[in-house]
Design a binder for this molecule. Sequence first.
Ligand code: GDP
Ligand code: IMO
Ligand code: MG
Length: 424
Amino acid sequence: MSVTAVVGGQWGDEGKGRVVDLLGQDADLIIRFNGGANAGHTVMNELGTFKMHLVPCGIFNPRATVVIANGVMLDLEVLATELNEIIAAGVDVENRLLISPRCHVVMPYHKLLDGLCEEAKGAQSIGTTRRGIGPAFADKVSYNGIRLADMADDDVFRDKLETQLLLKNKLLEALGGEALDADEILTTYRERYQALVPFICEPFDIIQEAMAGGRRVLLEGAQGAMLDTDWSAYPYCTAASPLAGASAAGAGIPPTRLDDIICVVKAYSTRVGNGPLPTELHGEQGDALREAGQEYGATTGRPRRCGWFDAEVVRFTCTLNGATELALTRLDVLDNFETLRISTGYRLDGQPVSYVACDVRMLERCEPVLEEHAGWKCPTVDVRSFGDLPAAAQSYVERIEELIGVPIKTVCVGPEREQRFSRA
Ligand code: GDP
Ligand code: IMO
Ligand code: MG
């Protein structure tokens, strides 16, 4: 019997998708509980390479049921494309995919407003994925959202949409955009909704029964704790909480049922979008890390900003999440570096300072306290046990574990399923 949450411990893109694909092989139920099509979870397995945005990465286990739970913001267009891709690759989704009717839906005006607001903000922009996430979640919490359930009834859908267009067209036009036509949206969205009808089903009882029956349940988080609306460098965050705690409301699971919380972190730091990244490397070193890791966004293709591993941040996010273990990904990306650095903490105006004591302006001025480590200068992609890692790589991993105080139970040395090993 176990309920395990897999969440990001940094700024997203830690490798959650590959960890869920791996653990999903032994799970009965895999539930995505937050975020939307801003997420891009890469999975490489025997069927190919997939960039999953909404469908849980556990879909590749043919014996498992997967759920897109109420906490997820649905983009029907992205979902249709994603389903087509996995079906074409040979994945059977019939009777295995459940979509909560409580999911709110990203409408065309959300995407347009996301882009127009970003443009209007200029230098103050967040660097969003422009998937409409902020405006759609804003509508959800301000009682303006349209849920999948609302689309079941043509009249309800029309009424809700027409009311929203009264408001949204004013905004769109004020920001230099064009007003939208209700009939066009209704036609397209009804069609998209109809295609999903076989999958729409309230999953609450199924989830509770699975837990009561001792089935293995895996919760797939999107984004990373450093993008949480409350605990990040606001406003450089996303709109839905990526914390393990959010899985309770986002999937309808009592918080007392969570047995394990796996924080996924990469062996260095990356961030897409704007906002503080205290260990960021500029110039040649940053470029070297980006090229070694091919650090380009899975959703937008944007180059990711790169920096050294930030133990101050990961210590904080593991505490916040209640992490019971760490999965360390992308160790292999560091294979060719002569020397490596780990940030053990921050200094501000010469004084030690913790992440949590800093606001966004302080974080922008924080200096990382860097510790130097010898590189190992040899490939690790074929290593399948901790003892077979070069000594310098072993001490790098052990030092991270010591600084965070949470056991690193999985180490990944390549994007493919078998390129990893467990540590007891
Ligand atoms: P997610 O959003 O947390 O699921 O992560 P992304 O899929 O956005 O980004 C992680 C990237 O790293 C993907 O391209 C993965 O294929 C890749 N990846 C995951 N683990 C490893 C690893 O251990 N080594 C290498 N080289 N790549 C990895
Ligand atoms: P996964 O699940 C990395 C970032 C965006 C931007 C901020 C707000 O793949 O780890 P949004 O579109 O959410 O309004 O953008 O959040 N962001 C992510 N960064 N990985 C993600 O998801 C992200 N989802 C959002 O780049 O800085
Ligand atoms: Mg990603």
